[in-house]
Ligand binder design. Structure first.
Ligand code: ATP
Length: 483
């Protein structure tokens, strides 16, 4: 039975072994921004590769895309983000901490404390930037998560989540731009381009992995919620009426993906994961949404708004989105079904995963500690696809020609797998370092290798060692690692 990791264990291992560092640490750190170190970047790349393989490479009905982070500001007017992408926040009058009101917990009255007293964080949709509505929320029984005061909050206010920046060198014609808060809109904006340049036919999907930015009010729990993060999103376009079927299909596909990679999954449902913070609450790992035809229809309105954009000095706050054309079903973002000779706006199913949040779930899931001969062994039981290093190669000692043989093996294997060579210190300690990095296999060259060309191959989880001839190593690992 694997040990249930505490978040502190994960943070400390990540720092110690170079998985994840605080951003700008030498300047005291920048809150809620993180850097991936040498092992972390391999892990993160492997998460992305595994997603891309499952969602794009292995499917005949999905193509990829890589859009720019900065987009025309009208994109955000049409998508609703410019007017609606806000969280409701309230400030504690005692300690001045601002918290999202859907993250505030209630003070429980004694009669309600029976049974499960833990309250999961509520999830509410992002709200409109409308202050009047915001004030209606009752916070009289809510607790400040920072100082514990009950009911001492300012009136709730909307807090905009999009980061703004300026584009253009001249003050007169520079323009306010937004760092994208989701990658999805780049896909909708390219829907026509993809239709016109490829042979895709509905049902089909467009997938993208990339950075997104949100000025989150409360950031927490390491890389779970950060202000700069990476998303892996698929917009799957289908005929209205088939959307429920595709929704179920993608829910299952995505669920299976997590289970396949997290061999030792303690839990993973719909797609939530029980993270080791808060009260062990189940938290969203991936959102799977039926976006209907909303986005494509909105962008058709957005395109019709372009004139107003120039007339209003490119000031989004002064612009009203154009009304929807009466024949919107035949608009520029419609799809023509050439079998049924019928034009319509497709529906969209969207599985939207967080790469950093998935990486954290995989780290938590892989983390383990066990007693071995009176010592604690820390290890990451990563699946082969996720392990940053697949094979480590060691000479038992740094003499008798062993390093030369080991380097030859390393040079050969690294053409196929991400490998690591280490000749420093006692071999037992080298094994432990690789256990902590999550390396599934270690190869050791010893005295016998010089006699009969066999080496020891040690497996991380069982610590079992077998002897294999050097000529068979490549095939052995190909089969074992399944990559
Ligand atoms: P929440 O309500 O937790 O703020 P959300 O429902 O707005 O999240 P989505 O817009 O559905 O999140 O984003 C899709 C996925 O992107 C999430 O499931 C998560 O994995 C990831 N994600 C969203 N926001 C963040 C963030 N601030 N940091 C890290 N990952 C994030």
């Amino acid at each position: 039975m694997a040990k249930i990791a505490k978040l502190d264990d994960i943070v400390s291992l990540c720092k110690r072994r170079g998985f994840i560092f605080q951003s700008s640490e030498i300047y005291g750190g920048l809150a809620s921004c993180y850097d991936y170190g040498p092992l972390g970047v391999e892990l993160k790349n492997n998460v992305k590769k595994a997603w891309w393989k499952s969602v794009v490479q292995m499917r005949d009905d999905v193509v990829g895309l890589d859009c720019s982070i900065l987009m025309h500001p009208l994109v955000w007017k049409a998508s609703g983000h410019a007017d609606k992408f806000a969280d409701l926040i309230a400030e504690c009058k005692k300690c001045n901490t601002r918290t999202r009101i859907d993250h505030l917990k209630e003070k429980l009255v004694p009669s309600a404390v029976e049974g499960d007293a833990e309250q999961a964080e509520q999830h509410t949709e992002h709200v409109s930037i409308d202050t009047a509505q915001a004030k209606l929320h009752d916070l009289s029984n809510k607790i400040c998560p920072n100082c514990g005061m009950v009911g001492q909050f300012t009136e709730p206010m909307p807090f905009k989540l999009m980061f703004e920046t300026q584009m253009g060198a001249n003050i007169d014609d520079s323009m306010t731009m937004y760092l994208r808060p989701e990658t999805a809109q780049g896909i909708f904006a390219n829907f026509r381009n993809v239709l016109d340049t490829t042979r895709v036919k509905i049902p089909f999907g467009i997938a993208q992995i990339g950075k997104s930015f949100r000025n989150e009010v409360t950031t927490k729990a390491f890389i779970f919620r950060t202000r700069e993060f990476e998303q892996a999103e698929l917009e799957f376009f289908c005929k209205p009426g088939t959307d429920e079927e595709w929704y179920e299909h993608w829910k299952q596909q995505r669920f299976d993906w997590y289970i396949k990679l997290a061999h030792y999954a303690k839990a993973c449902v719909d797609v939530e994961y029980s993270f080791p913070f808060g009260s062990g609450d189940w938290q969203e790992l991936e959102g799977i949404a039926n976006r209907t035809d909303f986005d494509l229809r909105q962008h058709q309105r957005g395109i019709r708004t372009l004139n107003k954009w120039f007339e209003n000095d490119r000031d989004l706050s002064r612009i009203q989105l154009a009304d929807e054309a009466k024949d919107y079903q035949a608009g520029p973002l419609s799809y023509f079904d050439d079998v049924q000779k019928h034009r319509y706006i497709p529906y969209v199913i969207e599985p939207s995963a967080g790469i950093d949040r998935s990486a954290l779930a995989f780290l938590v899931d892989a983390y383990d500690e066990e007693e071995v001969r009176g010592e604690t062994r820390n290890l990451l039981r990563f699946s082969a696809a996720l392990a940053p290093i697949k094979v480590a190669v060691f000479p038992l000692v740094k003499r008798e020609g062993m390093p030369e043989v080991a380097i030859n093996i390393y040079n050969d294997l690294k053409k196929y797998f991400n490998c690591f060579y280490d000749e420093k210190g006692a071999v037992g300690r080298r094994y432990r370092r690789q256990d902590e990095a999550g390396t599934p296999y270690c190869v050791t060259v010893d005295g016998q290798t010089l006699q009969d060309n066999t080496v020891t191959v040690r497996e991380r989880d069982s610590m079992e060692q077998i002897r294999i001839s050097t000529g068979q190593l490549r095939n052995h690992f190909r089969e074992k690692l399944d990559i």
